[in-house]
Design a protein around this ligand. Sequence first.
Ligand code: CA
Ligand code: CA
Ligand code: CA
Ligand code: CA
Length: 683
Amino acid sequence: MPSHYSEFAEQRRALRHAKKSLQDRQADFTFPIRVVDKKPMRPLFSLASLVALVSTPTFIFAQSNLIQNPGFERSMRSANVWAGISGSGIINAPTEEANVLSADGKIGQQTMPISVSAGDLNKDGLNDIAIMDGQGFLRVHFNTGTKQEPKFGPAEFSSLLLNPTPLRLSDLESVESKEKGKPTPTPKPTPRPAAAKPGVPQPPELSPDQIYAMRRVQRINLADISRSGKLDLLIGNYGGDVLLIPNSGGANRPDFRNPTTYESAVLQKGFDRWGNVFAPFAVDWDKDNKMDLLVGEGSYSANSIHIFPGKGIGRPSLEPDDRSVLAYGMGLEQLSPCVVDYNGDGNNDLLVAERGGKVAVYLGKGGPFKPGEPIPFNSFITIDGAAPALPPNTPALEPGTSLDPMDAIKATNLLNAGGGCTIDSADFNGDGLFDLVFGKRSGRVAIAINQGTATQPKFKAPVDVKVEDDEKPMLVPSGWDIDFGYARGNYGGYITVVKNDPAAPAGSASHQPPEGAAYLEAGYFKLDYKSMPQPTLAKPEEDDSKVIKIPNIFTFSQPLTNPLKVGKTYILSFKVKGAQINNGRANLLYSGYKKLGTGEIISKGDRGDVKRDIRELREQKVESANYSGGSNWVDVKKEFTVKFENKDLADVSETQPAFLRFIFQLTPGSGIAQFDDIKLTEK
Ligand SMILES: [Ca+2]
Ligand SMILES: [Ca+2]
Ligand SMILES: [Ca+2]
Ligand SMILES: [Ca+2]
């Protein structure tokens, strides 16, 4: 497992959800009503930490409390996702997984690299690094160094978030909100614009889940499309859309915002898509003073670098008739292009990163681009510009020809960014030679400085980029699942454990827990950006009662390891403090379940299919405790008796495993909520 996973414990959860369909994620997020047979529950913490718990005097109380880690005494260090730095001071952004073609020819889930693009976004003469992360946040690490020596600051986020991931609640919780009179509009599929001209295929009917999946795996390129002197943003995605997001900021203060509608930013006019996992790159390839658009792909098609020759200034055209192949992948996949003059002959050359992390070189011939005349593969970049160290059985070459990429890739001394990567170039040390920057599968960014000459570039192995910052880490509570709205664009939001320790993370002045030595806190970091405007929360769409798109909702939850006993009375209690908390509630969800049939084969289906008797009874219940916070710690208590209304469940003696979720809304930027001493005990 890549090390960044442990550094992003919370994000790992968020992104595990992000890679699945909405339906799958709903199953994850919701109350586990699908549990049919009682299975032994996985322990929420290791034996070692259990022993540690036993050795503390609080164990007497912990024994009767059904909540694990009820006072947040146990926690794990986690990176602050808003700073974009791992615990070891290295740039790190969340990744995502997608279904793509693998080396063995099968479609399967793979971790996709983050996307990078380099450029001087704030016009201070130093090249900055922009990242599109796995959730679809554009974050920039501005270069705070000198012309000769780059240094990078913590991430600054733009307000762009094209594909937020909603929070799904269970049926029960939604029933509860309905009782409060909350409207439940039916979710509307996103409309597509009408076909632009006759003969253009009609828009496909896509479900919200499909639309969500298509808009993932965003790959970016910064380019001055409008020739305004500012860098605009091109985005390709999994579904094969290419979008243009104009830079709406000032000359040295870039700003990227959500377009009025997603469709208004899509460059294609029609709906037919000829590839996927698109990686756009805008450049005047043939130097005719018209910006051309290159598009790398993908997963399932021929995998090539395509070119749409420019017709003028402004929005590039992506009409299907204008597409030509600039370079064939010839077996290389997941192609990410960038353009440099590799050999210093004045003609543009093409560098293409592929799914193995190697970089293919295609040398340009110069002159106007002629459709039907793709440029040939030349070589892979080697370490130190050495001759490729090829296996002895490599076919001999005719003079003036190049190896097939599938042979050339077998050399043992190729530059490699550590598995599938994205690529861009910029001069990071002011020597006039292009350097390379990679977005990696680990969520890190690596730079390879060019140590060669204008005609013979030379690179050492790429080095992960560090960040100069003293950002304090977060502490994720063990045994709890937390959601501070990252996936919905809740900029600056956090949930962390705060310890009674002067060096503890952000929090109240006192840091004095009402119980033990730690408590849980939700709130907002002050985002002190130097080069970008403060990002703003997306306008919340109208929420379904179960599908929450509001950014500033926070949750923390835990499945209970033991069932509740029917007929017994329990007390749910906790301590809470804070300001500007809205709609705060703690929902304890439980259900009764009973099989009515025998579960044996009772008939055969039409085609001999076995049909089973699956008649069963379920009743779901929720007990809620409301809270709003205040300047002092307040005790909240809710007493309830476990019972079911359905008389047929009368002989059920215990519930299915129960689930506790705290859910609340904080005023963006200033709301704060603190929790401690959470107990669920039998009376
Ligand atoms: Ca800069
Ligand atoms: Ca051109
Ligand atoms: Ca060249
Ligand atoms: Ca350089």
